[in-house]
Ligand binder design. Structure first.
Ligand code: CP
Length: 338
């Protein structure tokens, strides 16, 4: 694909070579993300970071990624702080904000809303999550993490991966986007572990199968994670249910802790989660007793969001080959280098 000026709305946009291009640029970003070096390649550019649904990682890592490239960030968080509560349309909001910004990131609770917004925007729009539909930048950072973790355990590639996706696969937009992205690779095996009512939408299962992936469905955890490379746990997406009581029916059904990991997983199985994990006692899908497990990749996974989002900004704003030209060493004390 031609990245320059493109909206990033869905993982359906990508071919394998596009994903590999993003990952190659992300690899180049590491010294800047670790604050060993500074680049000012986007000096003068403004990111409009528009989040109309709760977020910690995605909002702050988009902002950090843009700042690390030398750009400025302007934010709106929550409907209550925007003119959408006064009845302004998404399209008018896009027409206004694209006058103030060079690129826009947006999260919104309604599926398809970010694409509607992008249709009226004069600048590239990156989807930070639209309802239960997609979260393409999360899927890219997830796959980037899988690539790095597999390379670290015996130099394996993504081809031939066996992954278990666990939890609320019906409403979880991260697994929707990741499932489509994995379809670009060869000999992928996916085990979908969820309550019967919360399995992955049939259209995504069909998409993966027609691309050649082997997909199986399970409603049981322990025997289904015996020989996978990756366990990808997810939270019950309470905000997509009609009531908390409805979500409570499913919370805490598929808990992974160290005892279960030791008994049922392979010694090198990598543990992932898009986060936030729900650490309340009645949920606890990923127990904190896994925090010292070296195969728990969840915090490395979140860190990888910065380099992947830096790469996307560099590509859509067409500066990927100028990053180092506008760089210099940091001048301040940096604990990451000690
Ligand atoms: N993974 C993710 O989307 O996290 P936030 O909701 O904190 O952005």
């Amino acid at each position: 694909m031609n990245f320059t000026g493109a909206h990033i709305l869905s993982t359906n946009q990508f071919q394998r070579q596009d994903v590999e291009r993003i990952f190659a640029v992300a690899d180049e970003m590491e010294p800047y993300a670790l604050r060993k070096k500074v680049t000012r390649v986007l000096e003068g550019a403004i990111l409009g970071n528009m989040f109309f649904e709760a977020s910690t990682r995605t909002r702050v890592s988009f902002g950090s990624a843009f700042n690390l490239l030398g750009g400025e960030v302007r934010e709106t968080a929550g409907f209550e702080n925007s003119a959408l509560v006064k009845g302004e349309s998404l399209q008018d909001t896009a027409r206004i904000l694209s006058g103030f910004s060079d690129v826009i990131c947006m999260r919104h609770p309604v599926a398809g809303s970010v694409a509607d917004f992008a249709s009226a925007s004069r600048v590239p729009v990156l989807n930070g999550g639209d309802g239960a539909n997609e979260h393409p930048t999360q899927a890219l950072l997830d796959l980037y993490t899988i690539r790095r973790e597999l390379a670290g355990t015996g130099g394996r590639s993504i081809d031939g991966l066996k992954i278990a996706m666990i939890g609320d696969l019906r409403h979880g937009r991260t697994v929707h986007s990741l499932g489509r992205l994995l379809s670009l690779y060869d000999n992928i095996e996916v085990v979908l572990i969820s309550p019967e009512e919360l399995t992955l939408p049939p259209s995504i299962i069909e998409h993966m199968r027609s691309a050649g992936a082997k997909v199986s469905i399970s409603h049981e955890l322990t025997n289904s994670i015996r020989d996978v490379d990756i366990v990808y746990s997810t939270r019950i997406q309470e905000e997509r249910f009609t009531s908390k009581e409805d979500a409570d029916l499913y919370r805490g059904k598929f808990r992974l802790n160290q005892a279960i990991y030791t008994e049922f997983c392979q010694p090198n199985t990598v543990i992932m989660h898009p986060l936030p994990r729900d650490s309340r006692a009645d949920a606890n899908e990923l127990d904190s007793d896994l925090d010292d497990n070296p195969n728990l990749a969840i915090f490395r996974q979140a860190d990888n969001g910065v380099v992947v989002r830096m790469a996307l900004f560099a590509l859509v704003l067409d500066v990927a080959d100028k990053i180092h030209e506008f760089s210099y060493d940091v001048r301040w004390y940096n604990s990451r280098q000690v």
